[in-house]
Design a binder for this molecule. Sequence first.
Ligand code: ASP
Length: 450
Amino acid sequence: MKVAKFGGTSLANAFQIKKVCDIVLDDPDRKIVVVSAPGKRTKDDIKVTDLLIAVAKARLAGNDYKDELEAVVARYKEIADELDVEDILPEIRETLETVASADYNDDIKYLDSVKAMGEDCSARVVAKYLTSIGHPAKYCNPKKCGLFLEHDEMGKARILGESYENLEELKYEKQICIFPGFYGYSKDGQIITFSRGGSDITGSILAGAVDAEVYENWTDVDNVYAVNPNIVKNPFPITEITYDEMRELAYAGFQVLHEEALYPVYVRGIPVHIKNTNNPKAGGTKIVSRRSHFDSLVTGIAGEKGFLTITITKYLMNHEIGFLMNLLKIFTEEGVSIEHMPSGIDSVTIIARKKYFTPEKEEIIVNRVKNELKVDEVKIEKDLAIVMIVGQAMEKSVGIMARAASALSSAGINLKIVNQGASEISMMFGVSEAYCDYSVRVLYKELFRY
Ligand code: ASP
């Protein structure tokens, strides 16, 4: 059994939805289909999820929201008319009106319930269309199927363990299951959405629950590329990548799937296959636990800005037992995540993300480090980008670090930090933010154009 998730551009209009259905019907193993809300039809278009957010915001502001709601209905009307399933429209209108006009006592919960309706209505339309062309399909409601979520300490949606057992039942469904992505329910019946792009997570959860042979993630590109195509033109396509490599690249800003989406399939060793709805014949990119082949020495290169360094110096630091533990304790107590921690004999540098190290946190942490640890100096530099070179094949080859460092030095780029873990799957360079994209280009030219 395969779980196939289709993203917003694959549901953007009737023409795209027909492609989705052709793909689904092309393989009888595609029994569970997860759909996003209709995305942009053109570059300047608005996603249905954003139209729904506008509905909710108008209501929350105490304004009339009729026009905003009609804009959403109009998107589905255009789709339903072209698919010849106009009789679904009263159901769509009622669904949208009921949710938008419902009583609420919590703004966030209300917003969640409205913005989830994009995927909900997509699922209704796709199920109806497939059935209308002679392939019985069923709209699956996440509450009825038992997809239960709760909010974690940070307010993010987290799946409740029992959901996996509930969703496993979908295995025995005779019809094609069309499941809306992006949301589930709390145990007390409230809609909870994942963060934006979260339909990827729903697909991954369902693939995990039914122990799918593969989780197919259908999008609008042929492959994942070795570097961001906005930085390097026509980069090398990746045909296969491991979960670990993907995580390392995602860390440095490589955006392919929603960050949390891989976990449910990763723990069960289910491969992910990223494919293009607009070009289903293209091979796509497989994310696997273990590679079957290597196309290149390096799998991918990514760079991300927005880091800072906090360098703490204390004479005879290495003699002081417990120094690092006490330092880390301060960061833990202040709730600031530490990304890396290269150290010297009398100094240690903490790398953190600027967005978590607010001016208020900075003042508290610097004072605590100075007072509690009696250090000589605390120096903060707020100009760091992290560039990662990732590839499992690097483990067996000699000289990549030398080539990378020499290419960067020939390009006049100063290396502030260099880090390579013992797993040898990745190496990290810290450079000035202004050199982030340039470093990626230089490294790509050196390591891929050999
Ligand atoms: N429709 C939602 C969004 O635009 C979720 C998704 O597409 O995955 O973020």
